[in-house]
Each structure stands twice: as C-alpha cells, then as structure tokens.
Write a protein that binds this ligand. Structure first.
Ligand code: NAD
Length: 283
C-alpha cells in the first residue's frame, strides 16, 4: 500500500526554515509584510484568510487583514490596491477570490503590482511562468511541485495526467510540471473516456472538486496520486480521490485534509518572503 505524503508535515518543516530566514531579514531591517484583502462574509473565504494570517504571523511576517463590506465598489477596491502598490512597507498583496458580482476578478488581478503579486495570478507573472522565467508561481501548483520534489519523485519524462484546467490549479500545475520535462495531459469535464487517460498516468493530479471521482479502478499499479480536491461532504472535508481504495494500488498518495492544503499556504509565505527580498534588492 502507498506511502502517504503528508503535506502538513512538510509544510511545518518549511515554515521552521522560513522562520529562521525571516529572523535574518529583520536583522537587516527588512520586515516582510503581507496584506490580505477580503470582501464580504463568505465563510469559506473567511476561514482561508484566517489560516493565511495565522501562518504568516507564526513565521514572523507582518500581516494585515483588510475587511471590506460586500457592497464595496470596483473603484474603491482598485484605489485601495493602488495605495498598497505604492506603500513601500507592503511586499505582498493578496485579494481573496471570488469577489462579489459588481467587481471583475480579472481587473483586480491586473491592478496588483506584479512585483507584489504573491498569488502569481497577474498575466505578467503567468506569462513568465509559461516562458520558463523565474517569477511568483501560484501557491497550490507550486506547493504540489515542492511536495513531489521533496518526496524525490522524478518528473522528467513521466506521464503526468491532470484532471482540471482551471486558471487557479489545473493549468498552472501542468505548466510547472511541463517546465520540469514531464509529459503532461490535461483532462476536464468534456474529456471522453477519462479512465483511459488516468490509467496511463505515472503521476495523477486530481483537481476537479468532485468528491470520490477517482477510485482504484481508474489508476494503475504504482501511480503517484495527488489529491487537490477540497469538498465538504456531510460536514466532513474530503478529496476527489477515494483514498482507502486508491492507496492499495498507488505508490504515493496525498490525504485530504493534511495534504496539499497546508502546502498552499506555505508557498504564499514563501512568495511573500521572496517579494520582500526582491523589492529590497532593487532599492
Ligand atoms: P474549478 O471548478 O475551477 O475547476 C474544476 C476543473 O475540473 C474544471 O477544469 C473541470 O473541467 C474539471 N472537472 C470537473 N468535473 C470533472 C469530471 N467529472 N471529470 C473531469 N474533469 C472534471 O476548480 P478549481 O478552482 O480548479 O479547484 C479544484 C478543486 O481543488 C476544488 O475542490 C477546490 O476546492 C480545490 N482546491 C484546493 C486547494 C488547496 O489548497 N488544497 C486550492 C485550490 C483549489
């Protein structure tokens, strides 16, 4: 049965390392600061934001939470972002998505200074990732990459099958693994004969948001399974993979919770520290 990759444990190790790094930066007068903006009262978004704040403070980052009402106009939000762009004490800006209907997500993403875009969603940073340049990578895909690397799972030439093609997870994780010389296939809701693809995977990344979508029948012996899905079923968090059945066949598998989730937040902290170092080096 598979070795379980606990992202939570790895995340804790990485955060210990970051804590030391932040201490060192502060000794040089650099105080990395993350500002998180949240609009409205969505309970899931609020809980994500709280997690991000708690993690930031634990590694010693300065963190500020700006909470705005559901009725905030696009103009007000854009003005706030402009202020944060100009503020030299702020290194990372994160606007929690999704936004209320009166605000266009894409406009907001593009308003953030790319050098403070710790989510890695700005088209300029997406383009850099796509052309293999050093930049901020989106946190969930980056967390998956780091997990695979730390588990010493080789990527070169491997058949990586990804279920999902969102801008948030599916597409960027495919791009990062392509940059590592994997052979990448994206499946999605219009894919025919999904099982034919998933059975060919050496590494299967499932980011569909469909509880239990993948079972032992869909995978081959020895596959590495990364379950990105976060679904609430009868009050319990569960992934897109039927964990107990899949782990009998897989060589490695990530659980939900305690898998990919904690790595996502860790990469946000990493990106914030990186932003602070870069901004400082350019001054
Ligand atoms: P999304 O809804 O934007 O995209 C889902 C993708 O899955 C789409 O491309 C769709 O075509 C595909 N899909 C849906 N049903 C399918 C099916 N039956 N067969 C094949 N493909 C199918 O979602 P997202 O933002 O990419 O997130 C995906 C999942 O990952 C969600 O459960 C989300 O909660 C989770 N997530 C987890 C983290 C984390 O840190 N752990 C971060 C972001 C998202």
């Amino acid at each position: 049965s598979a070795e379980v990759i606990y992202g939570k444990q790895l995340a804790e190790e990485l955060r210990e390392e970051m804590k030391e790094e932040v201490k060192g930066l502060k000794e040089h007068g650099i105080y990395p600061k993350l500002v998180v903006v949240i609009i409205g009262e969505d309970p899931a978004s609020k809980s994500y934001v709280r997690g991000k704040q708690r993690a930031s403070e634990k590694v010693g980052l300065d963190s500020e939470l700006i909470e705005l009402p559901e009725t905030t106009s696009e103009q007000e939000l854009l003005e706030l972002i402009e202020r944060l762009n100009q503020d030299e004490t702020v290194h990372g800006i994160l606007v929690q998505l999704p936004l209320p209907n009166q605000i266009a997500d894409q406009k907001v993403i593009e308003a953030i200074d790319p050098s403070k875009d710790v989510d890695g969603f700005h088209p300029s940073n997406v383009g850099k990732m796509m052309t293999g340049q050093e930049t901020f990578y989106p946190c969930t895909p980056y967390g998956i990459l780091v997990m695979l690397k730390r588990a010493e799972i080789s990527l070169e030439g491997k058949n990586v099958v990804i279920i999902g093609r969102s801008n948030l997870v599916g597409k960027p994780v495919g791009q990062l693994l392509l940059n590592e010389n994997a052979t990448v296939t994206h499946c999605h809701s219009r894919t025919k004969n999904l099982q034919e693809h998933t059975r060919k995977a050496d590494i299967l990344i499932v980011a569909a948001g469909k509880p239990g979508l993948i079972s032992a029948e869909d995978i081959s012996e020895g596959v590495v399974v990364i379950d990105v899905g976060v679904n609430r079923v009868e009050g319990k968090l569960t992934g897109d993979v039927q964990f107990e059945s899949a782990r009998q066949k897989a060589s490695y598998i990530t659980p939900v919770p305690k898998g990919v989730g904690p790595m996502t937040i860790t990469m946000l902290l990493h990106n914030t520290i990186k932003a602070a170092k870069r901004i400082h080096n350019n001054q």
